[in-house]
Design a protein around this ligand. Structure first.
Ligand code: ADP
Ligand code: MG
Length: 291
């Protein structure tokens, strides 16, 4: 079942005296299945954050519709309660961890969103403990957030969203400002949430992060350039290169070898497996050429 359907959505930022209007999305259609892991790729300005805000219903589409759990949120008979219910299903984690911290103690920060929702305090206590456990930050519960590393701060931000019991979480380049270790910590956390049944939408420009997805959408100039499984999308590196996007390093290497006549697949993303595929192909070629 689809948790979220975006149908032919367009969105324009109105201009002002100095700036012309910007058409940020132009007929975008996508489907996000419940419990799935979706990655949205695209270079700067391709419309990713605008799309995220529309899925979260922070902004409304100019044209097209957004369907959450089967309910068309752009239908005429949608009530405020419908919108509120739908908003409560989808949470968002942003790029800059510092902008998301609101309290001076980690556990208070994690509790903040629940307090705004009016969750009873003993229930908040339970949810905060559980959320900190999920992101591996239990022992920092009484720490000051500003002293944590970037990756730890993002995990605190994620805990806040989990505590609000979101069914779907959109990560808008949430790993972009982190060092490699912070990125790994946050990605492991995201993977775990998805294993626990949370629908994940990961917006990124790191191609390697996209290989874990069930489905990848590539945005370019406000349109879906291509979509499919990581194997499908990365098997056509030319399309991505034309849109000034990279492909995973393994894909690029395999593609170049294939062009030189080596019989290798393109969709091997693990470096060890990639090395093995190349070794095997070289052996085979050597045998064919008479050893
Ligand atoms: P991405 O997240 O992929 O970098 P955005 O959705 O932020 O892309 O932006 C898409 C386009 O909309 C860009 O051309 C950007 O300059 C423009 N844009 C984004 N936010 C605004 C805004 N608040 N006002 C005007 N234009 C905007
Ligand atoms: Mg963005």
């Amino acid at each position: 079942m689809n948790e979220i359907e975006v149908k032919n959505v367009s969105f324009t930022y109105p201009g002002d005296e100095t700036n012309p209007p910007v058409r940020a999305l132009d007929g975008v259609t996508l489907e996000i299945e419940k419990g799935s892991f979706t990655v949205i790729l695209g270079h700067n300005g391709s419309g990713k954050s605008t799309l995220a805000r529309i899925i979260c219903m922070i902004d409304s589409p100019e044209y097209g519709s957004v369907v959450i759990d089967g309910r068309d949120m752009t239908a005429e008979d949608v009530t405020d309660k419908d919108v509120l219910d739908a908003r409560r299903k989808v949470g968002m984690v942003f790029q800059n961890p510092d902008n998301q911290i609101v309290a001076t103690i980690v556990e208070e920060d994690v509790a903040f969103g629940c307090e705004n929702l009016g969750v009873p305090s003993d229930e908040i206590r339970r949810r905060v403990d559980e959320a900190l456990e999920t992101v591996g930050m239990t022992k920092y519960a009484r720490h000051a957030p500003h002293k944590l590393s970037g990756g730890q701060k993002q995990r605190v931000a994620i805990a806040g969203v989990i505590a609000m019991r979101r069914e779907c979480i959109i990560f808008d380049e949430s790993t972009a400002m982190l060092d490699p270790m912070g990125r790994r910590e946050v990605l492991e956390t995201i993977d775990r949430l998805n294993e626990d049944g949370i629908t994940v939408v990961l917006i990124t420009h790191y191609m390697e992060e996209a290989t874990r997805a069930d489905k990848v959408y590539v945005l370019n100039e406000g349109r879906v350039l291509t979509s499919g499984t990581p194997s499908e999308v990365f098997s056509d590196p030319e399309t991505l290169w034309k849109a000034s996007l990279d492909v995973p390093q393994t894909t690029e290497l395999l593609y170049k070898l294939k062009q030189r006549g080596l019989d290798v697949p393109l969709d091997v993303f693990d470096p060890e497996k990639c090395a093995k595929v190349i070794r095997d192909a070289l052996k085979k070629k050597k045998a064919e050429n008479g050893g």
